[in-house]
Each structure stands twice: as C-alpha cells, then as structure tokens.
Ligand binder design. Structure first.
Ligand code: GLU
Length: 441
C-alpha cells in the first residue's frame, strides 16, 4: 500500500517550501488511497519545541492536510539504538574521535590540495587501545556509517536516473558523541519500519538519499521510491531561503490567503501543468502527477496567492459564509444580498468587515473641491435610508435633471460621496444595504 510521510523538524513554523513537500506527499497518498504519516523529527531536544509541534499540526489542519498516523521520533529512540547495534555488529558503524576543529583542518587541507573534502576514515585504523585512550581523554566518540565505495543509483521520480559515487561522500555521522541519534539514521529506520513507499523532499536532500539507500540496504529494508523537488526561488530567481521566514503559513493565513489558493498554486507550480483553482484536495489530487515536475528551480511569487484567493471567494455560495456574515452583525434579511454585493469586491475575507462597516456607519465622503457644490446639491435630493434597488436610479435621474450633469461626471462624484471610494459594487445593488449616509443620520 502506498505510504508517504511529511517529516518536519519542530524547530520553526512551516513555510511555503515545507508546504510544497507536505502537499506532494499528501497528494500521492490521497490519490492512491494510501496512508499519509505526519512524522515529527524531534531527535534534537535542544532545538525541538513543543509549541512548534502544535503549530505544525494547526497549519496542516487549516489546509486540510489530514494525516492518518502521527509519529514522533523522540518516542522511538530504542528502535534507533537497536538499528545502530545491528550496524555495529556488521562492522558498518565505527567510532570516531576527531573534534570539530580537527575535522575542519582536514577539510581545509584537502581543499588546498584540490581534493574533495571527504572524511578520510582515519578512525577505522584505530586499535582498541587507542580508542580506549581517546575515550578516556575525550569522552565517548561519534559514530559514522561505513559506506560501500560503489555507485549508488536510483530512478528519481522528478530528477530521473541518478548515480552518485559513494567515495565522493563522507561516511555520515549517525550518532553524536553525546549519544544523540541523528536524522539520517532515525529517518532510515522510520521509513523502513513504517513501510514508507514514496519519499518526496527537497533536492537539498539528494546526497542524504544516496547514503540513506545504503543504510536501508544494510538493515535489510525495502528502499522507497524517491523524488526530489527543486527548491523555490523568489520571482526574480533569487534564493528564497532568507525570505522563507516571512512566508510562514500562519502569516499567510493572517494576511487572508485562502487554503484553496495556496494548495492550488503549490500543487502545480514547477510542473508542466497549469495552475487551476480547485476548491478541494480530491480535485487537486486527481490531476496530480509527480513526474510532471521539473528539476529547474521553481519561481514563487507570494502575490500570486491574492488573485487566486479573490477568485475562490467570488465563487463561494452564501451558505458557506452565512455564519461569518451573521457574526459581523449583518441583519439576517440583508445577509444574502450583502454577500452577493461584497464578494465581487473583496480580495480577502477580512475586507468583508470593511464593507459592512461602510454599509452600517456610512463612509467618510471623498469629495473633490470642484465637485463640492454639485455634491451638496445632490445630497439635498437624497432621501434618508432605507433604500431600494430603485433608489440609485431615481436619485441620479433627479440630480441629472437639476444639475444637467451626466455620465461619469454625474455618477463618480456621487459614488465617492456615498462610499468614499472610486470603485466598488454597482451602486444600485449597494444602496439597499446602506443603513446610514454620513450626512443623513
Ligand atoms: N526532518 C527532515 C527535514 O526537515 C526531513 C527530511 C526528509 O524528508 O527525510 O529536512
């Protein structure tokens, strides 16, 4: 059965880059009727925070990316220790004692000699006595996985056939000197034991994948299908990494972006398929195909989310917003009409409150000096609310007759006098909603 996972580390808020990974994995599982696991990668007790675990769940729930299973790495440390023990038994995990400074020095030397900075495996030559002495001097060592120096190959779901020479990669550290199990081992054990069949993640993980495949093979696990999506860049192709902090999902939510807009955009961005606004995840999943995505960096412009949000809102039937509109204080008998008028004129839900305030309290009129006299004359002809669908037509006809103005010179100053804005709903539709006109209390 198809099983995917989204494996965030709870060290910060989810951003659009994370969402892309989560969504792709979710859609693969959803389309296949499989299982989607939310796995919290919290083996680092210093950096992992419970508030981020809660925030991750909240953000995914907001988007409707439900998970079938929740796993936490911090609850599985014994599994990782057992796997490490097996690797030790096979001679594939070896203890090393170099300090960070020593490793740095080695790397610099290699680079100076024009060689790739790959760990030289000096620790493999240590005798038991030397290790005991180092342990006594420096404390417990860290543990590296011994790669087999051969080519590691896989058919990547996005990047196509990949082949990486294991000798060009350092033996990965799986356990730190203080005993902390690192992501590489934990992830491999989880993917294998949880029956993960498909892993989609960012292309910054390609080298990890190569080493993880060897660890999986060493542990006798089934190797999943891997796909690495390109990284997101800004609209000009600039790196997004620094700006990702400002693209947190919760900030976009606070700015009024709709889940449908985010999901529709990120499910297609970077693929050969056009972005189409879809209101629900099943519809998005139906057209989703990982092989349609390209390897080139994907440009993301946060501004694209707003027209999609507006289009989504324009299409929402009244029933879906009935409660929200009641909560604004719109009387029941006006609610449906208010929605019909307002939805065409909002780009986020937050603007509904502005339109209702305008209807309820009247707007600060916007009157150009050259129109002041004209508007004053017109206001004399305006009866107080309530208005009907005919009110605008009747009023403007009377004003036209009295002043001789017509067309835009007639309508625009009146619109701006009643709404304080140059644009907005049809005035004939808006007037019946006006409870107050500023100088007609
Ligand atoms: N916790 C890892 C990360 O956030 C997961 C990577 C993976 O998908 O294996 O990068």
């Amino acid at each position: 059965m198809t099983t995917t996972r989204f494996a965030p580390s709870p060290t910060g808020y989810l951003h659009v880059g994370n969402l892309r990974t989560a969504l792709m994995n979710h859609l693969i599982a959803r389309k296949a009727g499989g299982t989607f696991i939310l796995r919290i990668d919290d083996t680092d007790p210093e950096r992992s925070k419970e508030e981020y675990v809660e925030a991750i769940k909240e953000d995914l729930a907001w988007l409707g990316l439900d998970w079938d299973r929740l796993e936490r790495q911090s609850a599985r440390l014994d599994r990782y220790e057992a796997a490490a023990e097996r690797l030790r038994g096979m001679g594939r995990l070896y203890e090393c004692f170099e300090t960070p400074t020593e490793l740095d020095l080695k790397r610099k030397k290699q680079l100076n000699m024009g060689r790739p900075p790959v760990y030289d495996r000096a620790a493999l030559a240590l005798s038991e006595e030397e290790k005991a002495r180092l342990r006594a001097e420096r404390g417990a060592g860290h543990w590296r996985f011994k790669l087999l120096h051969e080519r590691i190959e896989w058919e990547d779901g996005i990047l196509g056939p990949l082949s990486i020479d294991a000798a060009s990669v350092s033996d990965p550290v799986l356990i730190r000197g203080d005993g902390q199990v690192l992501y590489t081992l934990a992830s491999v054990v989880d993917d294998t034991e949880m029956g993960v069949t498909d892993v989609v993640r960012g292309s910054d993980h390609v080298t990890n994948t190569a080493t993880q495949i060897q660890i999986m093979e060493a542990l006798g696990g089934e190797v999943p299908r891997f796909a690495h999506h390109s990284l997101l860049t800004g609209p000009q192709g600039e790196a997004l990494s620094k700006r990702l902090g400002t693209l947190a999902l919760r900030d976009l939510r606070a700015a009024g972006v709709e889940p449908a807009a985010l999901l529709s955009l990120l499910a297609r961005l970077g693929s050969a398929d056009a972005v189409e606004l879809r209101g629900d995840l099943d519809a998005i999943a139906a057209g989703f195909d990982i092989s349609r995505f390209g390897a080139a960096p994907t440009k993301f412009d946060v501004e694209d989310l707003y027209p999609l949000t507006a289009r989504y809102l324009h299409g929402l039937p009244f029933e879906t917003v009935r409660e929200e509109i009641a909560a604004l204080g719109v009387p029941d008998d006006l609610a449906e009409q208010f929605w019909a008028v307002a939805r065409e004129n909002i780009s986020t839900r937050k603007e509904l409150a502005d339109w209702w305030a305008l209807c309820r309290d009247g707007a600060e009129p916007d009157i150009a000096p050259e129109d002041a006299e004209f508007v004053a004359e017109a206001m004399e002809l305006l009866p107080p609310p309530p208005y009907t669908a005919e009110s605008w037509g009747a009023w403007t006809a009377a004003v036209k007759e009295k002043t001789g103005r017509k067309g835009k010179a007639l309508f625009m100053p009146l619109r701006k006098a009643l709404t304080g804005r140059a644009r907005g709903p049809e005035m004939a539709d808006l007037m019946p909603l006006l409870q107050t006109v500023r100088d007609k209390p």
